[in-house]
Design a protein around this ligand. Structure first.
Ligand code: URA
Length: 242
């Protein structure tokens, strides 16, 4: 069974008109469902099963794919809906793209910020998140205090997290140390739950800030916090094929 939506939403999803304009079309008696003219608002239809037409011409939902990069702020969950009603990353996109159903590609923790991808293309999600494709992910980590050379070398070689799982070799580089905090750039090749935090925990360092800046070669760049943009076709094909 297809998704059930209100008629005006269906028309907006098709790209034919906004919801408001769709309501006017309905009011004007220009919309039919399965050959029957509809003039009242709120009628529900099943996508794929019911035939909608405007002025006698069929209106179909286009299968448009969306590939989005968001600079996620701290304080948002990486799901479409949260069981505790906290704000979600999808809420941010929905403000601008009301009728599009998109989902995060993998996740960033509630307290992590930075580059998060969203899409409605399941193949794309698979390519970017499946461990067998080893997609590199780069983060800027802020730790309280400092880190020893031996600590950073352990992180580079791999540390034990999660009951005996050893992380694969990572690139790690100390960028700066300011006001009792140290900033480290790290690239990892897996995506275990809270992996970066656990890696630093394993060498006795407390992560107080975490930001993802890159997935493969696709960079967050200067996209402002809380803003999003469409990926370029070059970025999409790189992520699909690398
Ligand atoms: N590693 C973490 O610890 N948290 C994230 O959100 C991503 C990677």
């Amino acid at each position: 069974m297809g998704e059930i939506v209100r008629l005006q939403k269906y028309i907006a999803m098709s790209g034919y008109a906004s919801r408001r304009a769709a309501e006017t079309l309905i009011e004007e008696g220009r919309v039919s469902v399965n050959g029957k003219k509809i003039t009242e608002q709120g009628v529900k239809i099943e996508i794929g099963a019911d035939n909608v037409s405007i002025d006698g011409k069929p209106v179909k939902i286009k299968n448009k794919k969306y590939y989005i990069m968001l600079n996620k702020p701290v304080g948002y969950v990486s799901t479409a809906k949260d069981q505790f009603d906290r704000p979600t990353v999808v809420d941010i996109i929905k403000k601008d793209l009301d009728d599009v159903r998109i989902f995060p590609v993998g996740r960033l923790d509630y307290d992590t910020e930075g580059l998060l991808l969203l899409t409605n293309d399941g193949d794309f999600t698979y390519r970017v998140t499946h461990p067998k494709f080893h997609m590199d992910k780069t983060y800027i980590v802020t730790i309280k205090g400092g880190i020893t050379i031996s600590g950073i070398n352990k992180i580079r070689r791999g540390v034990y997290i999660d009951d005996g799982f050893k992380t694969s070799p990572a690139e790690a580089e100390i960028l700066d140390a300011v006001d009792g905090h140290t900033f480290i750039k790290i690239t990892i090749h897996e995506g275990k739950n809270r992996q970066v935090r656990k890696m630093f925990d394993a060498v006795g360092c407390k992560v107080v800030g975490l930001k993802r800046i890159k997935i493969g070669t696709v960079e967050l760049g200067n996209l402002p916090l809380g803003r999003w943009r469409h990926l370029t076709s070059h970025e999409v094909s790189y992520l699909m094929n690398s």
